[in-house]
Design a protein around this ligand. Structure first.
Ligand code: GDP
Length: 458
């Protein structure tokens, strides 16, 4: 059991997500955090979870040195979601919002704000997720003198005036862009309250400079936020979100789950969201990754009796084939089964749309992406007839053909395939099928399609 990182003063481990534009350094930053937190000796060690990495408080304070006084915190540490990017962020939703408690928005200091930075900011604002900006790649400022893994003040003190001036300019550019996006922000060391002001933390995912500062700011942000909103009983029946539905040799279909509340036990009955409604099943095994050194002789996974939030865990159970990524999962333990089913049902219904009006049929791979699609279409004022999770099936084509004005019949599929003879039927019935793994592309293609119809009608 890795109870060590989980319970501490009544607050659970905050869940941290990393977002930002492609190539701005999200993966490198996570790797660096993992690398700098592999500390030997008295401090504990990071723990690898399924889909996440836990960095306990004593390790954070070891890395952050004088910046973090561990006695000031009631938090057990930080749990970083391993898959960066907003696809996983929107997949991972919990009751009424994002699953991640706080986020890091990575911005390359040379590149500034880019389309995916803007998209990420919008997602963070919509889900009201507090975040900090990691102004990454400071080591690439011409003339920068590297001080590996040092706090930013220390390395900044050693730079020439010219380098420091460039550094300031680059950070002010980011602060300006944040302001255009509607956020007040400042160099993190001048920020008093990280929830009303976005702290900009200069870092290098390459050299480790500023990583102590980033961890410090994250702890401060999480502490303020969690204290007010997140005091929970981690012994209650567990609640989580499905990160992935995966076939695992020897276990059949399994769920990778991020648990944000309570405890799941190996003998629990759980309810999980499925394509055709809630699935009720009994846990067969709770699995954690085995430490690398032991894998040579043993299976990749270790069975555990229970696991408490916040944590990433793999759940093996029968009947999981129809489970969907992004769906809620709940342990029933001690509660009325019908109540739990109703809760899961309600959460699924929040995003599955059936308007009964004429419009497009929308299919998406996860609940989170479905929600993002629905929002994007609403913004573009494109009416939706039905929106749900799953591949494009013949019955979706049938649904689309109920639109009276034939030329407008369309299905928009985000990150999904076409099943069986759905493609052939769409062709026969003149239903236009758009598929992409980029939301704005789907919206733009559909808009072009409508414009074309309207031009021809003139
Ligand atoms: P992601 O697409 O946001 O996950 O970006 P990656 O982490 O894959 O980084 C993109 C590229 O930028 C890689 O070649 C990294 O080595 C490089 N990179 C990331 N962070 C830094 C940094 O702090 N300094 C420098 N010099 N290069 C970096």
């Amino acid at each position: 059991m890795s109870g060590d990182t989980q319970q501490h003063g009544g607050l659970r481990t905050p869940i941290v997500a990393v977002l930002g534009h492609v190539d701005h350094g999200k993966t490198s930053l996570l790797d660096k955090i993992r690398g700098s937190t592999v500390i030997e000796g008295e401090a504990g060690a990071i723990t690898q979870h399924i889909g996440a990495t836990a960095v306990p408080l004593d390790v954070v304070s070891e890395v952050a040195g004088s910046l973090v006084d561990p006695t000031e915190f009631d938090l057990p540490g930080l749990l970083f979601i391993d898959t960066p990017g907003h696809h996983s962020f929107t997949t991972l939703r919990s009751r009424g919002g994002a699953l991640a408690d706080i986020a890091i928005l990575v911005v390359d200091v040379n590149d500034g704000f880019q389309p995916q930075t803007e998209e990420a900011i919008k997602i963070l604002a919509d889900s009201q997720t507090p975040f900090v900006v990691a102004a990454n790649k400071v080591d690439t400022i011409p003339g920068w003198q590297v001080h590996e893994d040092a706090p930013i003040q220390q390395t900044l003190d050693a730079q020439s005036d010219r380098v420091e001036q460039q550094f300031n300019e680059k950070l002010y550019e980011i602060i300006g862009e944040l302001s255009d996006a509607g956020f007040t922000s400042d160099f993190y060391w001048r920020v008093q309250d990280f929830r009303s002001n976005v702290g900009v933390v200069p870092v290098s995912a390459m050299t480790g400079e500023g990583i102590p500062d980033l961890l410090t700011v994250l702890m401060g942000l999480a502490q303020r936020y969690m204290k007010e909103d997140m005091e929970i009983d981690v012994r209650g029946p567990g609640a989580g979100t499905v990160l992935e539905v995966k076939d695992e040799q020897g276990f059949g279909t399994t769920l990778d789950v991020i648990l944000y509340d309570g405890t799941v036990r190996a003998d629990d009955t759980v309810v999980v969201g499925g394509v055709n409604g809630p699935i009720v099943t009994d846990v067969r095994a709770l699995l954690k990754p085995r430490p690398l050194a032991e894998i040579r002789t043993e299976s990749r996974f270790e069975k555990v009796d229970e696991i408490a939030a916040a944590a990433g865990v793999k759940i093996a159970a029968p009947d999981l084939d129809d489970a969907i990524a992004g769906a809620p999962i709940r342990a029933v333990r001690g509660r009325d089964l019908d109540d739990v089913i109703a809760e899961v049902q309600a959460e699924l219904a929040e995003v599955a749309v059936d308007t009964g009006e004429e419009g497009v049929v929308v299919k998406a791979d996860t609940l989170g992406s479905l929600e993002a699609m629905a929002n994007a279409l609403e913004e573009a004022e494109i009416p939706i007839m039905r929106a749900e999770v799953g591949d494009i099936a013949p019955r979706d084509v049938a649904m689309a053909t109920t639109v009276e004005e034939e030329e407008y019949r369309a299905i928009l599929g985000f990150n999904v395939d076409t099943l069986g003879d759905a493609a052939d039927r769409a062709e026969q019935d003149d239903v236009e099928v758009f598929r992409s793994d980029v939301i704005y592309q789907l919206v733009e293609e559909y808009e072009a399609f409508v414009e074309d119809i309207e031009r021809r009608q003139k």
